[in-house]
Design a protein around this ligand. Sequence first.
Ligand code: ADP
Length: 602
Amino acid sequence: MYWHGGRIDWGDRSQVKVEWPLFRRALGYFKPHWKVAIGVIACIAFGSVVSLAPAWSIQQLIQHAFTNFSYGLIVFLVAVSLLGTALDSLSGVLQSYLRAQISQGIMYDLRHELFGRMLKQSVSFFTRSRTGDVMSRLSNDVSGIQDVVSGTVFDAISNIGMFTAAVIYMAVQSWQLTLVALAVVPLFALPTRRVGTRTFLARKDTQAQLSKVTAFMQETIGISGVLLVKAFGKERSEMARFRGLTDELRRLEIRQTMVGRWFFMIMRLLGSGGPAVIFLAGFWLVKVHLASPAVVLTFGTVLLGRLYGPVSTFAGLQVNVIGSLALFQRIFEYIDLPFEVDEKPDAKPLEPGGGRVTFEGVTFSYRADAPPALENVAFEIQPGQLAALVGPSGAGKTTVTSLVPRFYDPQQGRVLIDGQDVRDVTLESLAAQLGIVFQDTFLFHDTVRANLLYARPGATQDEMVAAARAANIHDFIESLPDGYETIVGERGHRLSGGEKQRMAIARVILRDPRILILDEATSNLDSESEHLIQAALRPLMQDRTSIVIAHRLSTILAADVILVLDGGKLVEQGTHFELLQRGGLYAKLYERQFAAAERAVV
Ligand code: ADP
């Protein structure tokens, strides 16, 4: 959809799926709130009746008060009119409350459903999608629905109520004039669907652009983004990119506001022509004694408004509803994404065992069109053993460790823990047996305590301190301004690499898993930090199966089994001395990385 010399090209109309199933599905979210909805409808019915009081009073005033002048009657009629308006307003207040209950309830349901679905998406979904886009759907699109939900549906009902009440009242007064008034009505409804489709398209574009802006902001003014921007001195160019994106957003928002303005203007013109028609026809009816002047006057001044008001609002609502389906469609798109890694319906908890890890003929690719990251990989790590994964960068070491916690599922072969396929057990019981220390430690923007207890919320103060001591981080935490209550910045940017990794180790110690997966930091930690980490790891690895992406000689030497990967294949497997004797890839890697350093030290 582009501007062509000021004209809008609305693109391929066939792509617009403003269909009944989408509408019905959106409407389905009202279902759980039906009781409150009945309350709203009762308020609407009550309101449409009492709000007719002023019209009735005016008609009575014209008919009786001036011919049969009586203060009592005037006061009475004015009082009825005021009372009617007051009751109408009161029911309006109650109605707003109930509507808010429903709209907020629906948004709550949608947010929960969407967030739950997102949490259960596989890791590969998050490597593919842009965080900002997910965020935007969760926040912008869901809140965009608020007006529609609280307004549209009930406005439609209340307008139908108002319209019906007005028609009945008018028909009782003069059916001939009512027919005249109704004659102009169908004209309103004609172009609404067309305008609705345009609104739908405009909304879709606007929300998509809003997603882009949100994603851009989220990537750029997050800590990692800001570091990159500053390191490359990109402030000006980022500002320019932002201006470009928001410029487009402004244009789309304005376009969305303007969609259908002509249509609404024509409706208003038609509405204002109404009284003229009524007076012309009405006074002819007066002449032939079929209506009284009072009736014609109230029709032309008050009642017609009560008829056309609802009809034009109703047409506007139809446009709004179709437009808002764009928001629902964006939300449903994400709700409907299948889970790539899902728990089987009959999944059982992982039976606790010694912690044997087996790969059986595992082949895995990240994408269908990519070469496999692992090809026919088979090995077994016995309970309590330390296995070191080594190999050149890109060999598949991280991939091996990602398949154990089911960050991904292999296309062929099986991953087993104590003889149980990880795909057959519940995700929670699987996670409970695994402790993972990533290279890049993620910490929440929260206190040290909250970050540690994330691993085991029920842990006591003593257990937490013991874990921190074992991870050699307790003294450091105590030295912070607020000790365990100190807030660590997002992603732990206020801590050094070594401190973060020790925090992660403390977290895993608290978790007390049977299998430990560790990605040793490749970054050069100072030797003090390094020593503290090694000292923390030693007891952690004891009595547990450990799979370590090893970068340190000490780890490799301590390993019970070394798995050597190259280009996604397991090329060698054995202990340090066995593999050195073979003189294969391991011997070559060892010679290149460590032997020279060792000789230098000796
Ligand atoms: P290592 O940990 O040994 O350095 P990895 O297991 O990270 O290697 O990567 C193995 C191969 O898979 C590499 O070719 C890498 O580019 C690719 N790869 C890793 N992660 C992804 C991903 N999320 N999507 C696509 N390819 C990936």
